[in-house]
Each structure stands twice: as structure tokens, then as C-alpha cells.
Design a protein around this ligand. Structure first.
Ligand SMILES: [Zn+2]
Ligand SMILES: [Zn+2]
Length: 332
């Protein structure tokens, strides 16, 4: 099967013919229909995240169909469509798993980082961590729901009941979460790179009531802010824009250092927190909500073999919405 493989960090993915993976007793062999390109993939390729296995097939926003099941797998039929998210396996025994925080599991393994992911024609996934995909979405549109949407949703929940919500970095996650926030009756304030007028226009089209540069103050004080861009200085900007008692949520897996700032920016019971990974419950809740909004992802389609180009465009901030890879022969 064809796969795009990272063999060394900070080098391009290499198109490789790999042996077809064999499902273990609790795993499913899946044929990939589409796989979203997430900023985390960029952090893996660029070496910002360096604990995962090498070589690795990246990709954790996978829409796929069941080909074969391991001996212990039940409840799946051949041809059924499923999603494979970032959370690929948890131990089920640690203090986090036992308290509803499996996203923080001591022994968690992640798709496209510890386990080969969806930048390929086939992959295997643990049956318990696959998610059902709503019928109303085609493969291409469904892919970004699996991380951009899902992690964005977890971040939105962490932001609390905030009628005026700031989103810093308006990429794949923000363009989905802006729609959920608008559906919930919140006002979204979108912050892009300074001078990114195209990004700001896209944010307004996607439901933001205001869009501007991240160096600008919003016209009103924010009740909470979510930071999707991997830029530590935005934590300080967001704190300054957020009212007393409000939360600043860092949604990314990696961020540059947060610069020192005066304590008075945090004072007044403002809080800063991060959001890490997802739980299976997040996945089920969010995928049930998406068709009710209804969420409409904006996607750019790429052939699987053009994964390096998709990553470059994401690195340069030139993707509108989400980039999605489609293997040859898949409908996408
Ligand atoms: Zn655990
Ligand atoms: Zn992701």
C-alpha cells in the first residue's frame, strides 16, 4: 500500500510502498477515504514534538471503511464508515482513565505519532477508539471534524459560559468552533496575523461579529478566549482582552514560550489553562452536535502524494479552512 512516511524529523515525507498492516486481536483494518492535515502533524514533522516513533505515518483525522476485524472485535461490519482520531489507545487502569480523564492517560498512544496514521491507503486502529461519522457528511468534509472540530469543541467547553468569545488564530479549528459558538448564541471575535485581511474576511463569512489582527484590542471586552495559534505571546494579548473572571484556553499541543507579563493581567481571577487530547466521550458528544449546528467545514482537497505541499501551505498560513488528503481511487 502507498503511504507518506516521516523517516527523520525536519525532512519531507517520503512516498513509500509499505506492507499492508495486519490487525491485532482488538484492531480493525481500515481503508482510508480521506485524512485531514492538522497543525499537530506539522509539529511532528518539524520536530517540535519529538517523543513519537520513527518512522511514522502521520495523520489523525482519518475517515475510513472497515476491511477486516481482529478476533476480539465485535460491532463492526465490512464496509462500515468510521473515524480514527488522535486518541488511539489508553491503558484503562491509571488514575486518569479511572476518573473520566483518559485524555491524560499515563500510557496513552496517539494516532499518527505513536501509531501509524492516515497518510496512507490503509491503517489499523484499535476498535474501541474509532468513532461513528454522521451520514450527512461526505468523507472530505467529515475529516476535519475529527481533530480540528473535536479539540476545538473541548476548548470551547473549557472556555465556559462566555457570551463574547475571542478566537486567536483562524484556521481549521477556529472556523469550525466559530460556527458552534454562533449556534450557541455567542458573539465570536476572530484574531488573525496582523494584515491577514483575507483571513479576517473568511472569519466574518464564518460567523465572527468582528475580525482583526492579534495586535488589536477587540471593540468589547471578551468573556473568554481560545488560542489556536502556536504563539506564546498571544496568551498575554488574550489576557489583556479578557474581563475579570474570564478564562484563556490554550488549545494547541505546542506553543512558543509565553513571555513574562505583569501580574495585574492575571489578577481579577482570570485563568490560563490548556486543553490536551480528547476523550471518547468528547468525540461522541461533538459528532452528535455537528449535524445539528449544522457545521459546514471549508476544505482544500489534496492528493495523498501531495501531503508535503499541504503541510507547507499550512506552515505558511495559506490554507483556508482545513486541508484534507485523499488517496488515489478514494472518492473523498
Ligand atoms: Zn490510563
Ligand atoms: Zn490534530
Amino acid at each position: 500500500m502507498k503511504a507518506m512516511v516521516l523517516t527523520a524529523r525536519r525532512t519531507p515525507l517520503v512516498e513509500t510502498d509499505l506492507a499492508m498492516p495486519d490487525p491485532g486481536t482488538d484492531e480493525i483494518l481500515l481503508r482510508v477515504s480521506a485524512c485531514g492535515v492538522c497543525r499537530t502533524d506539522l509539529h511532528v514533522v518539524d520536530g517540535d514534538l519529538a517523543a513519537g516513533k520513527l518512522p511514522i505515518v502521520p495523520g489523525h483525522e482519518v475517515i475510513a471503511t472497515v476491511v477486516a476485524c481482529g478476533a476480539n472485535v465485535s460491532g463492526y461490519v465490512s464496509g462500515q464508515r468510521v473515524g480514527v482520531p488522535w486518541l488511539g489507545f489508553t491503558c484503562g487502569r491509571c488514575v486518569y482513565c479511572l476518573s473520566g480523564h483518559e485524555n491524560l492517560c499515563d500510557g496513552a498512544r496517539f494516532t499518527g505519532y505513536d501509531l501509524d496514521g492516515g497518510y496512507a491507503e490503509y491503517l489499523v486502529a484499535h476498535a474501541h477508539y474509532c468513532l461513528p461519522i454522521p451520514d450527512t457528511y461526505d468523507d472530505l468534509s467529515a475529516a476535519p471534524l475529527l481533530c480540528a472540530g473535536l479539540i476545538g469543541y473541548r476548548s470551547l467547553v473549557a472556555a465556559g459560559d462566555a457570551p463574547r468569545l475571542g478566537l486567536y488564530g483562524f484556521g481549521a479549528a477556529a472556523h469550525l468552533i466559530a460556527q458552534v459558538a454562533a449556534y450557541q448564541g455567542r458573539a465570536v471575535y476572530a484574531f488573525t496575523k496582523r494584515g491577514d485581511f483575507e483571513g479576517q474576511a473568511f472569519a466574518r463569512r464564518t460567523g465572527a461579529v468582528w475580525a482583526g489582527g492579534s495586535d488589536e484590542a477587540p471593540p468589547e471586552e471578551l468573556d473568554a478566549a481560545i488560542i489556536f495559534a502556536p504563539v506564546g505571546s498571544l496568551v498575554v494579548s488574550a489576557l489583556r482582552a479578557t474581563r475579570r473572571g474570564g478564562a484563556v484556553v490554550c488549545a494547541g499541543i505546542h506553543m512558543s514560550d509565553i513571555p513574562a507579563f505583569p501580574y495585574e493581567y492575571l489578577w481579577g481571577e482570570r485563568s490560563i489553562r490548556s486543553v490536551a487530547n480528547l476523550t471518547r466521550k468528547d468525540g461522541l458528544d461533538f459528532l452528535a452536535l455537528a449535524p445539528r449546528v449544522p457545521l459546514r467545514p471549508t476544505v482544500e482537497r489534496y492528493a495523498l502524494s501531495d501531503a508535503n505541499e499541504a503541510l507547507s501551505r499550512l506552515r505558511e498560513g495559506r490554507v483556508t479552512g482545513a486541508a484534507v488528503l485523499v488517496p488515489d481511487g478514494a472518492r473523498g
